[in-house]
Write a protein that binds this ligand. Sequence first.
Ligand code: FAD
Length: 458
Amino acid sequence: MGGCPVNVNSMRNVSIIGAGLVGCLAAIYLARRGYEVNIFESRSDSRAGCTDTGRSINLAMSCRGITALAEAGILSVLEKLMVPMRARAIHDENGRIKYQAFGRTHDEHINAIQRNDLNRLLLDEAGKFPSVHWHFDTTLLSLDVSKKTAHFRRRDGSEFLHAYRHVIGADGAASQVRDSLQRQGLIGASRTFFPHGYKEITIAGAASTHLAREHLHLWPRTSFLLLGNPNLDSSVTGSLFLPMDGQNSFADLDSEPRVRAFFEQAFPDVFPAMPDVAGDFLDHPTGRMSTVKSSPWYYDDQCLLIGDAAHGLIPFFGQGMNSGFEDCRILNELLDRHHDDWWQVMPAFYRLRKPDTDAVSEMSMANYHEIQTGILDEHFNLKKQLEQNLMRRYATRYVSKHVLVMFSNTPYAVALAHGRLQSKLLDSICRQAGRIEDVDWLRVDALMQEYDKELALL
Ligand code: FAD
């Protein structure tokens, strides 16, 4: 086993495992602070031409992600990759479309961005710092905290030990850093798989012109869901969420005719715009989604978990990357506050982030139920309409949970607490009115007084 040719004697030296979205942004923040950063990634460098074909998945970037990129000084470079998404376009089985704005105004929107493009640009930006050293095709096998060494295997099969000063596990939901700490009895952790998998399906540009631009498209069906995110070239990247087993599942749809029949029947309005749906379905990998819980996320001043490695969540609120980017921003703030004393920073980071990431995990699960079935329900739609009305009438007093999550940096746990009160208020209004026209606004004024009082007690 060879030794690792990197210098970790410098006081400011961090090793990052994982050059995904969060690992790259963390490297940028740390390099800006003057750290020597070694970043180890099991895959090859995607800029050298190898991409994750069929698993690019288009992501929704919202306020938290944008704030973190801006504070790292790289927003202007990344902005050109983003397509605004101003509303949901909900397509039912009969081809009818309902629109629901995301924000309170036209300018309050989220943004679609291709994962591979984003990752490549983050690699480029991190690569501008001479103090960032890349180790691609290098997989972490384990950590030994007693010796402060990380054990790696290169693609050619050779193995080596790397002595680290601080190590950040940004190695995603299947984190080896987390597993290693757990195996040594230093943290508790669990990973729970969601019963649905996902698959990327191309929706072509020219043929898809009937799809409204600048929208997140949704085709919710009883047990599955298709999402469509807009791309810069006006094509749409579809993500199909389907059960792994049972009827109409990844296991069930195992031949070209069955796949084509399924899409034609389930998504008749968009099926003609899918150039090679059977090929996409049968060739693209099936991704899994999971919820990761761990506690704590650190060991001494040595190891820290961030992003999906610490708190992976299901993607139905579009907050996994956003919360991981927020981790980087907050870690940087804590390094400022504690003068780079990692003995203080690591526990402070965990104490601050854990309640918020637990909250966003809970909200993501609730949002899954909302977009899967709620969205087709009249009562649910009334509440959405009512909520838009409340935000107009009581602009400074009522800000919906969704707006707090997507368009502000309000801690997720606070947004969740607001959401619980809002749910109570909306239920109470809806008990009296079945249509927006029937709402008694004088009564709502009184209910709002109560809402204000309860909000003040949070
Ligand atoms: P990852 O992106 O998983 O990166 C981890 C990196 O570590 C990878 O490059 C991996 O190769 C590397 N690695 C792993 N193990 C090792 C090892 N042992 N040694 C070395 N390297 C290793 N989030 C949003 O905010 N908005 C969205 O709209 C959104 N949509 C999503 C849709 C889907 C279908 C899915 C699955 C996720 C979505 N997410 C979304 C979540 C988002 O993709 C993740 O939260 C984000 O990618 C987490 O970044 P990360 O860097 O922590 O982990």
